[in-house]
Write a protein that binds this ligand. Sequence first.
Ligand code: SAM
Ligand code: SF4
Length: 382
Amino acid sequence: MMLHLPPLSLYVHIPWCVQKCPYCDFNSHAMKEAIPEQAYITALLDDLRQDLHFAQGRELHSIFIGGGTPSLMSPDAIKRLLDGIQALIPFANAMEITLEANPGTVEAGRFAGFKAAGVNRISIGIQSFQPEKLTRLGRIHDPEQARFAAEEAALVGLNSFNIDLMHGLPDQSLSDALSDLEQAIALAPPHLSWYQLTIEPNTPFASRPPALPEDDILADIYEQGHALLLANGYRQYEVSAYAKLGFEAQHNLNYWRFGDYLGIGCGAHGKITLPLEGKLVRTVKVKHPKGYLEDNRPYLDQYWPIKPQDLSLEYFMNRLRLFEPIPKQEFHQLTGQCASVLEAPLTEALRLELLNETEAHWQVTPLGRRFLNRLLDLFITD
Ligand SMILES: C[S@@+](CC[C@H](N)C(=O)[O-])C[C@H]1O[C@@H](n2cnc3c(N)ncnc32)[C@H](O)[C@@H]1O
Ligand code: SF4
């Protein structure tokens, strides 16, 4: 059977921030001077033009403008970008268009400008509401600016907005973490991403590690924070993602359902199904803004087919982050692999009660969510 073409999303990377946060390993650079906004939008649209053959007749299902700090771009630049994208690839009806914002860059009227440009969802990186935690995290905003940004997002009439919070912060107590969540919930975001701080290699936090909470405090934070979110009407639909019913992030759902995505901008990653060639490929664009902005260059830096023996792990690594049932026929449709390759790992996962199954679906169990890495290990082939 031919590979099935899944929905297509677009990720757009904006690689600049006011300053670099010490925990962050995203491809972002502290701004030394004004952003070359117009030149970058021109390059992004050229980059998309070079990727157009990957669309294979599909319309766009969602766009995510991430970073970095996309809210540093002017609403006019975002409008030029979105109009330019739509001139190249048609938009699906009612599609989600998200822009990531840092509260330190949100003056009055900015979100209304992004909305007028076509953005209908804003994701605000708040991280914490405690001034001393924000300072430890190297953030450029205070709690007041964070609240202002969330209130603006609620006011301008977007389809949805998200707040990013982190927990397990340096010297964080259980009550610190719960108070952060309560303050976020009070702002009524339809979506809340709640990430545990991880110490990433090659960051200032990795070279000078801060004192993080003990494991039993981390466990209490997770358990009680999770219960607080559920008690306030949020549903956990992914490891770190909570949403009111119907407000799950369509863009992220497409990644986790093993959909396709184009990635444009510095260092952006893409994943594309090529049914005629019978393969799935990954793409990575030129990473550094200086190289990316050179004239007349190919933006593609790396391109490789996913090895057939890696497909089951890659599929389940995404799919099992979501707690929804997984249709059994989908694996074959999206990877082209014969379902028999799953026999041994699935038998073991069912025996260990990390997964359960019905005639038509598999679904991760509460135990499987807790031991997700153990479950994924079963799909590693050597
Ligand atoms: C791509 S970042 C960018 C958002 C935006 N630049 C900001 O920081 O306001 C998306 C989110 O990932 C989370 N994040 C970044 N680094 C992290 C880390 N080391 N551990 C856990 N979460 C992290 C933060 O919550 C952040 O808001
Ligand atoms: S503002 Fe966001 S992307 Fe920029 S350095 Fe901080 S966490 Fe990373």
